[in-house]
Write a protein that binds this ligand. Structure first.
Ligand code: SF4
Length: 323
């Protein structure tokens, strides 16, 4: 395992909030936290449901259930949060404010926002590192976590360490992220730091940590995806769109139809159908019927511990995804 470049004083924190997508990097970050002796009762997983608890539009149907199965396996609390109506509602916004955020808390569901200025979207986010135009990441993830923290008084009591799994290897913009810094929700009254414990890890180290723990990777990796983004991520490569069209045709059609209705392509110049035409479906996508069925099922039914752990086909493969 790597020697942590900047290990925070873990004893200084009251709670450890892992922003947990269910992807390999946030999973490795969680495993690392546990390996450092942080007790499960001090950790909480926070997962952002991109489709806002509504019908599947962009994300993998199984992801919330996979995340819950991981939390249950380790006996760690899980709090799910979402923008009401998710991606589809924000995309359809027409002279209306962005929807409120809902977040699970230890005592129920909290709500925040929803009273901003009226505006209109209608277009998919732009495939840009600039979060002002790539609106899905802030609207459905970053702002959702921030609202969940800012609107719970319990975060005023003791220091909080937020843990995320970005890695320098993933992109030049991620390479520039600090390993540890004050979190955007930190104030004089609310002490919140942000640690990226696997920032300098290679993908090999990530998979080694997951293999050692024998945790079953999310089905996306087994089917050939190299990263766990939304299933229909706007940054999808031609091969990802070709695979989606082959094995999840209804999901592909939904996005293709919405793209056509918007009058503008997600990609700079090609429709998702033209992208799929240029790609080749991942061979693994049709070789694992159990994972294929699980991927499309909002109820988790596979074991979380693998009897015989094997590196998934997507490892070291197609890394298209948000920069
Ligand atoms: S995974 Fe892709 S589509 Fe989903 S929120 Fe992130 S950038 Fe947007």
């Amino acid at each position: 395992m790597t020697a942590p470049a900047a290990l925070p004083d873990l004893g200084a924190y009251r709670r450890f909030v892992v922003a947990f997508s269910g992807g390999k990097d946030s999973l490795a970050a969680l495993l690392h936290l546990l390996s450092l002796g942080v007790p499960a009762h001090a950790i909480e997983l926070h997962h952002h449901d991109v489709d806002g608890q509504g019908p599947t539009f962009m994300d993998w149907p199984c992801t919330p259930a996979y995340v819950r199965a991981i939390a249950d396996h380790f006996g760690i609390a899980l709090y799910v949060s979402w923008r009401e109506g998710g991606f589809a509602r924000e995309l359809a916004r027409d002279d209306a404010p962005t929807a409120p955020i809902a977040f699970e808390t230890p005592t129920g569901i909290g709500r925040a926002g929803g009273n901003g200025p009226a505006g209109t979207r209608g277009l998919f986010p732009q495939t840009s590192p600039d979060l002002r135009v790539r609106w899905c990441s802030p609207a459905l993830k970053i702002d959702v976590l921030a609202a969940a923290i800012r609107n719970q008084p319990r975060f005023l009591d003791g220091r909080t360490l937020i843990i995320t799994g970005e890695r320098a290897e993933e992109s030049p913009s991620r390479a520039r992220y600090a390993t540890i810094e004050p979190h955007r929700t930190s104030t004089l009254a609310r002490a919140v730091d942000h640690w990226r414990p696997v920032h300098d890890w290679t993908e090999r180290l990530i998979w080694d940590a997951i293999a050692q723990a024998r945790i079953r990777p999310h089905p996306a990796y087994v089917l050939g995806w190299g990263r766990l983004s939304c299933r229909a991520c706007i940054f999808g490569s031609p091969d990802q769109w070709a695979t989606l069209r082959l094995v999840f045709p209804a999901a592909f059609r939904r996005v293709a139809a919405r793209e056509a209705a918007s009058g503008k392509t997600i990609h700079r110049s090609l429709t998702v159908t033209q992208l799929a035409d240029r790609g080749t479906a991942f061979p693994a996508a049709t070789l694992h019927p159990d994972e294929l069925a699980q991927a499309d099922d909002p109820v988790w039914s596979l074991s979380i511990l693998a009897d015989r752990w094997t590196l998934p086909a997507g490892a070291f493969g197609d890394h298209a995804g948000p920069p």
